[in-house]
Design a protein around this ligand. Structure first.
Ligand code: SAM
Length: 233
């Protein structure tokens, strides 16, 4: 995961004084790596208040100067920033949660300055009519229980089309599925026993992360993982 964050910093390719938005920052680990390795200022926003509190605590504990990371409770579909206020925007596995991807992309476009860079590390899904019934059932369960409506609507190729429709120039799309398989295998191995136990008690759906790790590793035909790099002309 840390290596992916360094790749993300490289893909942003921004100068040290740049100001960057992390849309869906969680507890801020990615934001801290990007700020540290790129020398940029990262503003992380997330819709979960407790994650924002943890992100602030961890940055303070890590001795991150306040000028390098800042965190704010906000929804990426309605960003509390003026137009053209960032040099870069990125998402790290947060856009799959969007119920309205065009609105999210419109907001990223709005807050980027002309020439600004958008980098997205995101899952997409295989059209459901191309999946076997067990793979389709697993995909639907994972997306429903993990709150990922965007993963279902963002079938392969769709995010690239939406980026273009929003006005972005798509510089590259890189299929990184094979690169993240070792990480997913680790999730799957860690989750196998708790998930099996929970299932034997009829409560498999309660352990969402364990269930997702096991089912998505089992049904690798149901998803892909892509890195998108785009610019606002
Ligand atoms: C899988 S986590 C990834 C967190 C972080 N990017 C990372 O890689 O560690 C997805 C995050 O996106 C956030 N999120 C989902 N929808 C959001 C929205 N509309 N606005 C802001 N944050 C959102 C969630 O609260 C969650 O913290």
């Amino acid at each position: 995961m840390r290596r992916m964050e360094v790749v993300l910093t490289r893909k942003l390719a921004l100068p040290p004084t740049a100001s960057v938005l992390d849309a869906g920052c969680g507890v801020g680990d990615t934001a801290r790596t990007v700020a540290r390795t790129g020398g940029v200022h990262v503003t992380g926003i997330d819709g979960i208040e407790s994650d924002i509190a943890i992100a602030r605590q961890r940055s303070a504990r890590a001795g991150e100067p306040g000028s390098h990371t800042g965190f704010l409770l906000a929804d990426y579909h309605a960003l509390p920033f003026t137009d053209a206020s960032f040099d870069g925007v990125y998402t790290m596995e947060s856009f799959v949660h969007s119920p309205d991807p065009p609105q999210g992309l419109a907001e990223f476009f709005r807050v980027l300055r002309p020439g600004g860079k958008l980098v997205m590390f995101e899952y997409s899904s295989t059209p459901q009519d191309q999946l076997t019934p067990p793979a389709r059932t697993a995909l639907l369960r994972v997306c429903e229980l993990s709150g990922m409506p965007g993963m279902l609507t963002l079938i392969h190729g769709q995010l690239e089309r939406l980026l273009q429709q929003t006005g972005f120039a798509v510089e590259s799309t890189y299929d990184a599925t094979a690169k993240i398989l070792p990480m997913l295998r680790a999730f799957s191995v860690l989750g196998r026993l708790p998930y099996a136990l929970a299932r034997s008690l009829g409560r498999g759906d309660r352990l969402v992360n364990a269930m997702s790790g096991v089912e998505m590793y089992r049904h690798q035909d149901a998803w892909r993982y892509t890195i998108y790099v785009a610019t606002k002309p």
